[in-house]
Design a protein around this ligand. Structure first.
Ligand code: TRP
Ligand code: ZN
Length: 869
């Protein structure tokens, strides 16, 4: 970095002086020397008088520049691109550049993945391909000609294939035309030798769409679930949102080297192979469900992202929050709504709340950005989805869909803002969303503190709700938000009590809008039990002094599954906290029999859905628990959680064993009911691993397993239970799968999470495992990311060796792949939440990184914010 990177602010948005309306691209593909010609139709915008065209460009070798076919020399290359002087109001600009895909390990722009050419342009990667108006509000019609060796039989780009031919020296070409104007971040090109799975889908208006999935040679047998998921997505979007696909072809390419999950490029999605490839022998149930969700997500972007895109990158949640909401609804409509909701809520309450509490805290619509890639965050995606979900809760499905239709009709073919979306929802529903808008501009996690009072003579039950959002690094002052607060009251017999306020009955969803507010419910004949924040109706923390009896009661009597699960989590939380304190006082741990009985009641209740029971029995992670404290005591948290896990296992060993055997399935399929049974069975195994029979049971399951779900569950149980069989089973697995990186990722992850004392040494040894490759983001995330992010006890070792390891890895990754480095650094940024000795060590690690030569913008932004604290 020559100069200190500079920040951009949302408030500074200005339309560009010029726009590019059409671009004709020609790629002459060569591994180290690719020639790109861009012929742009440029017009000056009516508001401007400029005669200088400013284009973005990075790591480009400019060969030639022509205006209306005449060589143009009046230009200046700048830090971020090019300034082309003395241009007319309307002209044709030809730009010739050379790029080197082979040397591109950042996986942004044009690069090679296992010999295939592919692109990744979101957010600002197109500027590594040619000089361009690389901003999402410039919509152009793209025509792309791809020329390559015939050893790359598939030459792909966006839109429809319009022409093809042969040229001399064993080269050929294909030309593509995309009729829908789009921003450059949605451009894609792929060239390679693939196996292709083909199918078709007929839309509701009767158009036939060709569906094609491109995978590495030999992987066709792992592509069927992705195709099924694609067809389900297309069908679902028609049924639930009335949205139909618009091109004649939809292509998905799976690549092994990819920075994120997948990318919604128009008509040509590029996917991390993790979210395409699956067969029972190589993929777990979680992988199958992940594929369904990500295929859905990218497909749903065709409307929420592509047809209607973002005006500027500060609006990212406009497409991402909304599309996550849509993919969550898709998964919930197809599978178990409660289980999906539980897992989404775990992510918000765990890592998203942690992001809010750290130095990178930002609103879902950020105000200030140095490196855009740093803002593809849990806040923008997951909290963004929660904000859409709150709108859905406040408006109801019908009015929400009316708002969607207005939004789509009004903004189709344009680049819109979050404000445009809220206005459409407001106009279509008649709701007042003035205060609700604060969710877009205010960062941090609101905390609700509730107090209740039963008045036996007046027969009233009053509920006082106070809200407070603590200051965050980016924003000191906070205001009261509009919070949909979903509640239910129960009588002692479990009956639902009608909610009456001021003589009139009211809906379950209360509008909390003030700093403190009291609701007085009338005609309440007995002291009720209250269920609050049902369905996690807002992304907030809830504080209320429940008794164990009330929580056990809600675990059984609450009318919806999510509320029952949440009551169970609150009961666990009380006793986890208590045992953390006992651990710190070096006192003996304790867990009341009644608490064990409540969970045993869930386990033995034959009426409950097995996957739901599994969720009920799953404790929060160490990181989630750490988030409950201002200063996390990693050792005490690990001890307390370990004790509770061990106690539940020992006390429930009989019903656990019985369930375990009863849930055995001879044959494997990926139907939801089968997945759900395996999930509970493997949850039982994880507990049983902590009991005497553990080693034998785990070995037996590993040996007899006919699918990856049960195999990994056995390894995971051996790992977390520190069982004697661990080493043998891990070695066996590595021997069997070391040729397959995607499968080995599961094994690398287990090494990262290894609770053994020598975990770090073992992790370091895997850096030279034949399946490990630092240039592959999946490998890095599974080995390094899991150790630093999911193994707090070992990562935060008092010696500081965990921190040193991460600093070493980041030093390498800073130049290999800044985006991957920037994701892996997160655990180190949160040093404020540890004791002073650890803080000092973590801080000095960050200071060391800050001094790196050639520190990328990605790490620069995060390190500087963290050190600002
Ligand atoms: N738009 C993609 C999605 O959410 C995200 C994405 C894919 C991305 N690849 C990226 C973002 C690379 C930044 C950089 O589906
Ligand atoms: Zn997305």
């Amino acid at each position: 970095m020559a100069d200190k990177p500079t920040a951009k602010y949302r408030k500074d948005y200005k339309p560009a002086d010029f726009s590019i309306t059409h671009v004709h691209l020609t790629f002459d593909l060569q591994e180290t020397d690719t020639h790109v010609r861009a012929v742009n139709k440029v017009v000056r915008q009516s508001h401007s008088e400029a005669s200088t065209l400013v284009l973005a460009g990075e790591d480009l070798d400019l060969v030639a520049l022509a205006v209306n076919g005449v060589a143009h020399t009046d230009y200046a290359l700048t830090e971020g691109g090019i300034e082309i002087h003395q241009v007319p109001a309307e002209f044709e600009l030809t730009v010739d550049t050379k790029i080197n895909p082979k040397e591109n390990s950042s996986l942004e722009g044009l690069y090679l993945s296992e010999g295939a050419f592919c692109t990744q342009c979101e957010a600002e990667g197109f500027r590594r391909i040619t000089f361009y108006l690389d901003r999402p509000d410039n919509l152009a019609i793209f025509t792309t000609k791809v020329i390559a060796d015939t050893s790359f039989p598939s030459l792909l780009s966006n839109g429809n294939r319009v022409a093809a031919g042969e040229v001399e020296n064993g080269r050929h070409w294909v030309e593509w035309h995309d009729p829908f104007p789009k921003p450059s971040y949605l451009f894609a090109l792929v060239a390679g030798d693939f196996d292709i799975l083909e199918d078709t889908f007929t839309t509701k208006s009767g158009r036939e769409v060709a569906l094609e999935i491109y995978v590495d040679k030999g992987n066709l047998d792992r592509s069927h679930h992705a195709m099924l998921s694609l067809k389900r997505s297309m069908q679902w979007d028609e049924e639930r949102f009335g949205l139909e696909y618009d091109l004649d072809i939809y292509m998905i390419v799976a690549v092994d080297f990819f920075n994120m999950g997948a990318m919604e490029n128009k008509g040509l999605n590029v996917f991390n192979s993790k979210f395409v490839l699956a067969k029972p022998e190589t993929a777990t149930d979680a992988d199958f469900l992940g594929i369904e969700a990500v295929i859905g997500h990218e497909y749903f972007h065709n409307w929420t992202g592509n047809r209607i895109t973002c005006r500027d990158w500060f609006q990212l949640s406009l497409k991402e929050g909304l599309t996550v909401f849509r993919d969550q609804e898709f998964s919930s409509d197809l599978g178990s709504r409660a289980v999906n909701r539980i897992n989404n809520v775990r992510i918000v309450r765990g890592p998203q709340f942690a992001e809010d509490a750290g130095p990178m805290a930002h609103p879902i619509r950020p105000e200030k950005v140095i490196e855009m890639n740093n803002f593809y965050t849990l806040t923008v995606y997951e909290k963004g989805s929660e904000v859409i979900r709150m709108l859905h809760t406040l408006l109801g499905e019908e009015k929400f869909q009316a708002g969607m239709r207005l939004y789509v009709d009004r903004h189709d073919g344009t680049a819109a803002t979050c404000e445009d979306f809220v206005v459409a929802m407001e106009e279509a529903s008649g709701a007042d969303l003035k205060q609700f808008r604060l969710w877009y501009s205010q960062s941090g996690t609101p905390e609700l503190t509730v107090a209740t009072d039963y008045d036996a003579t007046a027969k009233t039950f009053s509920v006082t709700v106070s809200q407070e959002t603590k200051p965050t690094l980016d924003q000191a002052e906070k205001q009261a938000l509009h919070i949909p607060f979903d509640i239910e009251l129960y009588g002692a017999d479990g009956r639902v009590l009608p909610l009456i306020l001021n003589g009139g009955s009211v809906d379950n969803v209360l509008n909390v809008t003030q700093a403190t507010q009291t609701f007085v419910f009338e005609n309440i004949e007995e002291k009720p039990v209250i269920s609050m924040l049902r369905e996690f109706s807002a992304p907030v923390k809830l504080h209320y002094d429940y008794t164990d009896e009330e929580l056990s009661f809600l675990m059984v009597n609450a009318t919806n599954d999510f509320a029952r699960w949440d009551a169970g989590q609150m009961l666990l939380a009380k006793h986890i906290r208590h045992n953390v304190t006992l651990s710190q006082q070096e006192n003996i741990f304790e867990l009341p029999l009644a608490v064990i009985a409540a969970f045993e009641g869930v386990l033995t209740n034959a009426e409950l859905e097995p996957a739901f029971v599994a969720e009920m029995l799953t404790l929060p992670t160490e990181s989630e628990v750490a988030g409950w404290y201002d200063v996390a005591d990693v050792d005490a948290i690990a001890n307390a959680l370990g004790f509770i896990r061990q106690t539940l296992a020992s006390e429930m060993v009989e019903p656990l064993t019985e369930k375990y055997h009863q849930l055995l399935q001879a044959d494997y399929d990926v139907e939801h009911t089968s997945i759900n049974k395996r999930k509970l069975r493997n949850t039982c195994l994880r507990f049983l691993a902590l009991t005497e029979a553990g080693d034998e049971l785990v070995k037996a399951q590993y040996r007899s397993s006919n699918n990856m779900t049960d195999t990994i569950a056995a390894l995971d149980a051996a790992n977390t239970g520190k069982l004697p069989c661990r080493e043998t089973l891990m070695a066996d697995f590595s021997d069997k799968w070391q040729h397959d990186g995607l499968v080995m990722d599961k094994w690398f992850m287990l090494q990262g999470k290894n609770p053994a004392e020598n975990a770090l040494d073992v992790v370091k040894a895997q850096l030279s495992h034949p399946a490990f490759n630092i240039k592959n983001p999946n490998r890095c995330r599974n080995l390094i990311g899991s150790f630093c992010g999911q193994n707090p006890l070992r990562f935060h070792a008092r010696s500081g060796e965990g921190y040193e390891f991460l600093v070493d890895m980041l030093t390498q990754l800073n130049s290999v792949n800044p985006q991957v480095a920037s994701r892996l650094i997160d655990p180190l940024l949160k040093f404020k939440r540890y004791d002073e000795a650890r803080q000092r060590l973590m801080r000095s690690g960050l200071e060391k990184l800050a001094k790196l030569d050639g520190l990328a913008k990605d790490l620069f932004e995060k390190i500087n914010k963290a050190l600002e604290q």
